[in-house]
Write a protein that binds this ligand. Structure first.
Ligand code: SF4
Length: 240
């Protein structure tokens, strides 16, 4: 339960985000404008963090070079995958891009045989973590932007043993505000007809980097990636 004041903030942030992103997506007719709209959404998350009361932000334990959370499986929607892929294709050398493709392929192969529970417990370093830093920081997924705790020691313990409970060290005010924006973005993107399925970040990123048809499907507002990339694949035959 949130306090009435925090609940009011949540509702306000959610409504503003749905409206702001909805308006931007309405006028989008090509990929460049779509990426501009999506980056506006990511900046809204950063702005919401920056506008959170200083005494709340002062409790955040996260620091540059701390990357315990970058071993947790990240669930994303298609737009986050294409933002990351665009960043990689615009900024990485051919050799570095090949390295990312190799690491995401390895993740995809590794989790292909895992059930949802096993995947959620899997601790495996993100393919985009380099020297303890996110190599696509400006275009990292929403969950990565919204993740903060007040106790890095608990994060370190969780990275070794996923049974260690992270919920206890989340920062409720910050989390409520950032999740309101995330929900608003997802609602507006879904309302505009774009793929809103939850994908495993590494698997879907591998597909985006190796199959240009994904982006065409996404822009046509169809499911962008095969079912084998879903965060929780169905038990039926996979769509390929
Ligand atoms: S995308 Fe960046 S912030 Fe997110 S898990 Fe990977 S390395 Fe960490």
């Amino acid at each position: 339960m949130f306090s009435p004041a925090l609940e009011k903030q949540r509702q306000h942030l959610y409504a503003l985000t749905v409206q702001g992103m909805g308006q931007r997506l309405q006028s989008v007719t090509e990929a460049t404008a779509l990426f501009t709209a999506l980056r506006w959404g990511m900046q809204e998350l950063d702005r919401t963090y920056a506008e959170t009361p200083a005494k709340v932000r002062a409790t955040v334990a996260c620091r540059a070079g701390c990357s315990h959370c970058c071993s947790v499986s990240v669930d994303v929607q298609a737009h986050e995958v294409f933002l990351a892929a665009e960043h990689l294709q615009m900024n990485f050398s051919a050799a570095d891009l090949a390295g990312v493709i190799e690491r995401t392929a390895a993740r995809r192969a590794h989790i292909a045989g895992l059930g949802p529970g096993e995947r959620n417990r899997l601790m495996q370093q993100c393919a985009l973590l380099r020297d303890g830093q996110c190599s696509i920081y400006e275009d990292r997924p929403e969950a990565c932007r919204a993740h903060h705790t007040y106790n890095a020691a608990v994060c370190a313990a969780h990275a070794i043993d996923p049974a260690v409970d992270l919920e206890a060290v989340y920062i409720p005010t910050l989390r409520a505000r950032l999740f309101a924006v995330m929900l608003g973005l997802d609602e507006a993107i879904e309302a505009a007809g774009f793929d809103d399925r939850a994908y495993d970040f590494g698997s879907a990123l591998h597909e985006a980097l190796t199959n240009s048809l994904c982006r065409v499907l996404w822009l046509r507002r169809k499911p962008a990636f095969p079912d084998s990339c879903l965060a929780a694949p169905s038990t039926g035959p996979a769509q390929v």
